[in-house]
Design a protein around this ligand. Sequence first.
Ligand code: IVH
Length: 671
Amino acid sequence: MIADELRARAACLREDIEQHNYRYYVLDDPLISDPEFDRLFRELQSLEAEHPELLTADSPTQRVGGAPAAEFSQATHRQPMLSLNNAFEDAEVEAFDRRIREALEIDAVEYAVEPKFDGLAISLVYERGLLTRGATRGDGYTGEDVTGNLRTVRSIPLHLPEGAPEVLEVRGEVLMLREDFEQLNRNQQAIDGKLFANPRNAAAGSLRQLDSRITAGRKLTFYAYGLGYAEGLAGFGSHSQVIDYFKKNRFLVAPECTVVKGLAGLLDYYRTIGTARKGLPYDIDGVVYKVNSLTAQQQLGFVSRAPRFAVAHKFPAEEATSTVLGIDVQVGRTGALTPVARLQPVFVGGVNVTNATLHNEDEVRRKDVHVGDTVIVRRAGDVIPEVVRVSVPGPRRAEDRFEMPVRCPVCESQVVRSEGEAIARCSGGLYCSAQRKQALLHFASRRAMDIEGLGERLVDQLVDLDLVRTPADLYALAEEKLAALDRMAEKSAANITAAISKSKNTTLARLIYSLGIRNVGESTARDLAAHFGNLDALMQAGIDDLQQVSDVGPVVAESLAQFFSEPHNREVISGLLAAGVHYETAAPRPVANGAAAGRIFVLTGTLPGLTRDDAKARIEAAGGRVTGSVSKKTDFVVAGAEAGSKLEKALELGITVLDEQGLLALLDKND
Ligand code: IVH
């Protein structure tokens, strides 16, 4: 055959094979037998082997995985991947529907309704129709680039049909069908390999393989449920149209996706899917309701990290019965003492549970739990298992009653429980090795400094042998010292030293989060980093300055101020910087000299045409800053419908109040 014919044959085979993949994995309606399929596949393989110039990135032969990667690179989401608020009771769903009806001023809302898949959220980016990147959700802003692994998933199209937009990001869930999960565990058993507790863990483990050939051997499935960033995409009117578009473009969409009307429609759907749940091919942990109209979605916008236009209605957590063998006390990172019931092992919510939290002393009393009691245990999703109630009391001898210790079980410091607080705490601070261990584990965790390999066993030894007292000490650890530890070969010592050294290069948000300041989670750390831009400014900020950051209230501000006033903490920070830890400084704000540049804005109430995110983005683009609370430093308060106390405060302080039009006019104005 001449070159053109070969090229045409390869293209035709690729298209045929992808079409058969689609019929088999998405439509569940194959046209040809497995041997016939294999024949086409082998023909394409040998054609590409003989003529490597014919190989394309979207060839189905690329679905078998390639050479192992050393690590995953980071993938930044152009639009953050948010989470959903949860509802458990019908009353919460009723309130959700009421809020939407009131905001939209309509009688009955149309909702797109879907199963809530119990898998992993994924983003797929197609550029000019070609799959160019697949990434995990990560912290919602940055995930891991797992393109090579996702290419092996047969229900993910490697390219889109003709007429694809310039850029299209499809979001959905990667999961393992129950059938494939059971088969995988049977195979694992046969080779004495690791068994997975549930399909979700199996999917997560398979997707995070550095060797995509292993992923290719695990059967994963992708269900599409949402649109991310897009360029050149024809406007859609509703979510259900987006779903139809996905189907037309060969994506797999759950057949249970549909549209219902009003609260009654939602609750009806919840019960129908609840009944059908056991018969579905995959695990779900609830259903998701989304306002169907995209214009209405925009109008409703977002609160904090979740959309106001959608909610997850969760199924009740699974429960099981077990016996309390003992009640231990665990010391957490902030010194909190938590009573934990040691249980007769029981399989619940997809895992073997041997411990369940009792939260605090008052809860133990309220539930009246004693050692020897038979109890109901509950576990849902990733949540820590908990003791719900006693089902059959045990013998209840005097020693079976739980007493909160007066001294920390780890460091023997005094235990204090302040008035009005439910939590008892060890007063030992970082003198307490349990707190030190937890602080180090937190520091090294994936979302913080991401030091791979620095796990519990190693941290235990480092602290017990007094090799490491603070996070800063990690950077001075000699490789020989590490290599001499238990279960530590030279190679792993070298890997850990390398991982520690690599973590020196980080972001300000991660660094702030890694310090383990009370009440400062990941998203607060990110807001602080964006607001202050460097560590010095943050450390010098007073309570008022801190409260200028969106979502920072008096409690968080107090925690921060207290943390930084502690000389010991300042020493740890200077130790880290001296050891070479450094962060990328946030990109400088765009130079702007308009009327909004350098001004501080507070948004309150609902604006008629702009969502809060839009308004914020526009203000920031014009060089202004948006903060969460009104103070003397505020320059403008932008007030919409149902503005509350912030508007009152602005009027009290004599601050200029703008409506949406006023804001837009100001943003247009150039000095
Ligand atoms: S929509 C802005 N739809 O739930 C809303 N999420 O708590 C974005 N999930 O991380 C999510 N099934 O992994 C949506 N039908 C569905 C879903 C779904 C499962 C997961 C998803 C996300 C989490 C949000």
